[in-house]
Write a protein that binds this ligand. Structure first.
Ligand code: CU
Length: 416
């Protein structure tokens, strides 16, 4: 603790020299300044009090400015500042009264004095007369309630993994002791205990990092205890980050049967969708891809998708491409019907109706494609009509015309 350090400081100084002085200034400058009412009181000069100005601050030039102690308490005057000061009983106007005097106290040095009688004792620094302080010695000091109201806050009401909880507040009276803090998780189990200083301006602050001990969601509480009697409580919610461990779902087509006249196989189009409980609709990747050439026989199409948390799903379906060895049978007089369409004597719908009628009644035989998985726009492409025109004029073969009809079947424009 700070007191012990101050008591030993002279010895350290004498034995270790300059390096120790530098070390000690550093240590003292980061050591919080407290008064310990029960075990003794330490009074220090405010940092930089060698220049005027501290007398206008809330803390004044000696900290604490007013030290309340009981009879028999030993006060330690410790020079934690970077310049020499004196702690001299009396006041700047009347001068030293001879009760106590540290004389010129160098940086890092301390001086102790025990107050044996009640009274109000003023003191000052001879070198810097704007520095004044008061010591109140009270015979009943130990019987006084060591009680302080506490106001306790957290910077937020809700936290999640990785957050730092800022805890801060004020006390009505500085008891000169450490404040203790306890964090409880839902169910009341203590997961953290900490001790920290109350500052000389009656405020306190500390931080709690949410770590592995924050392992359930719910309402956590922070309790601070200050002195033997008083405590305050603040609650906050904690939620773990939600982790997506559920894989996405692939929505697959049924197995497909495709007929073709082409010995190379058939172009097969299909559609695969993927959804995820967290990420919504996802992209999927299939091999072989939709719209590629499938050779005659069975092909397993394997599809895969990933959600944004790296969970994956994999599914497959079968595409069977069947070679239709029979040649398309299209009676010659159908050319006449194609000619009607070509010359706009019948419209698209009538042509489709005619072809459908002839397929259904086995007058025309074309390869069939089941469950193509694609939705047609219902519009007959120009090239199909061109084919019909050319075929009616004997400019293209029956097979070429049949491939146009096959396209219409696959698109669902002609249903069979
Ligand atoms: Cu001084």
């Amino acid at each position: 603790m700070f007191i012990n350090y101050a008591k030993e400081s002279k010895g350290i100084l004498e034995s270790k020299g300059i390096l120790s002085i530098i070390m000690m200034i550093f240590l003292i400058s980061i050591t919080p300044i407290l008064s310990f009412a029960d075990t003794g009181t330490t009074i220090v000069p405010a940092d930089g009090s060698g220049a005027p100005g501290c007398e206008e601050t809330a803390d004044r030039c000696f900290i604490p400015y007013v030290a309340s102690i009981g009879v028999g308490t030993t006060v330690i005057f410790s020079n934690t500042d970077t310049v020499a000061h004196t702690f001299t009983s009396g006041n700047p106007d009347d001068g030293a009264n001879g009760m106590f005097d540290t004389s010129l106290l160098m940086t890092g040095s301390s001086f102790s004095y025990t107050f044996d009688k009640e009274g109000t004792f003023n003191y000052f620094c001879v070198v810097h007369p704007w520095m004044t302080g008061v010591i109140l010695v009270d015979d009943n000091y130990s019987q006084k309630p060591k009680y302080s109201d506490i106001q306790l806050f957290t910077d937020k009401k809700s936290y999640t993994e990785g957050d730092t909880i800022k805890v801060f507040g004020t006390v009505s009276d500085n008891l000169g002791i450490d404040m203790s803090l306890v964090v409880e998780k839902p169910g009341g189990k203590i997961i953290a205990i900490e001790q920290f200083n109350v500052k000389s301006n009656n405020t306190f602050e500390t931080q709690i990092k949410t770590g592995k001990t924050f392992d359930v969601d719910g309402v956590y509480s922070i309790k601070v205890q200050y002195g033997s009697e008083n405590a305050d409580l603040v609650a906050f919610e904690f939620h773990q980050l939600t982790k997506d461990i559920v894989p996405p779902l692939l929505l697959m087509p049924s197995d497909m049967l495709v007929e073709t006249f082409d010995q190379q196989g058939a172009i097969v189009e299909y559609s695969v969708k993927a959804i995820d409980d967290v990420d919504g609709v996802l992209e999927s990747f299939c091999n072989p891809s939709s719209g590629s050439m499938f050779s005659v026989g069975d092909t397993m199409v394997t599809c895969q998708t990933f959600d944004n948390s790296g969970n994956d799903a994999q599914k497959s379906f079968r595409v069977t491409v069947q070679l239709d060895v029979s040649s398309p049978i299209i009676p010659d007089w159908i050319k006449e019907v194609s000619g009607f369409w070509c010359n706009d004597e019948i419209n698209d719908d009538s042509f489709v109706e005619a072809i459908q009628y002839l397929i259904e009644n086995d007058v025309i035989h074309v390869p069939l494609t089941y469950d193509s998985g694609t939705k047609s726009s219902g519009i007959i492409p120009n090239w199909v009509k061109n084919n019909a025109c050319w075929w009616s004029e004997n400019r293209i073969s029956d097979d070429d015309f049949a491939s146009g009809l096959e396209y219409l079947v696959r698109q669902g424009i002609i249903s069979v």
